[in-house]
Ligand binder design. Sequence first.
Ligand code: IDP
Ligand code: MG
Length: 153
Amino acid sequence: MEQTLVLLKPSCVERGLIGEVIKRIEQRGIIISALKMMQLDEKILREHYAHLVDKPFFPSLAASMMASPVIAMVLKGVKIVEVFRKMTGVTNGRKAEPGTLRGDFCMSGQANIIHASDSVENAKIEIERFFKPEEIFDYNPCTLPFLYGDGEA
Ligand code: IDP
Ligand code: MG
């Protein structure tokens, strides 16, 4: 099964929304393979947001991502990268569809509560950036036969 990297941003942690987001992950039938709290620094953010370092808003984005610890997770599921980007919603929370995490829990283009990998290739890179191999637990819950049909997972 595929894996993706998710960060619950300070805008999620500080607002007390960790549980709400994890609840939706669990109720969708997505498997949590790794989960930890960590404090991000400028170095990791310059790597993680390499495509944005030259934007005028980068200093503000970096500060917002260091404002509190974040929750980092590895999620597992069939086509999880695509499925979870859809659950996340578009970047600007004001434009995100109701029913998505951003569309239900935020009003901001920057303080948009969550990061999710945008491709299978980037998911691999991002998982390695945030997790050591021994921090990832690739188990299957006993409910797996009820999460997917025969031959699906
Ligand atoms: P994504 O998180 O939906 O993949 P990206 O374009 O990769 O969106 O941008 C990464 C993060 O940078 C966004 O989630 C948001 O927090 C922040 N960001 C993106 N564009 C802007 C902007 O125009 N102003 C302020 N922050 C932005
Ligand atoms: Mg992105």
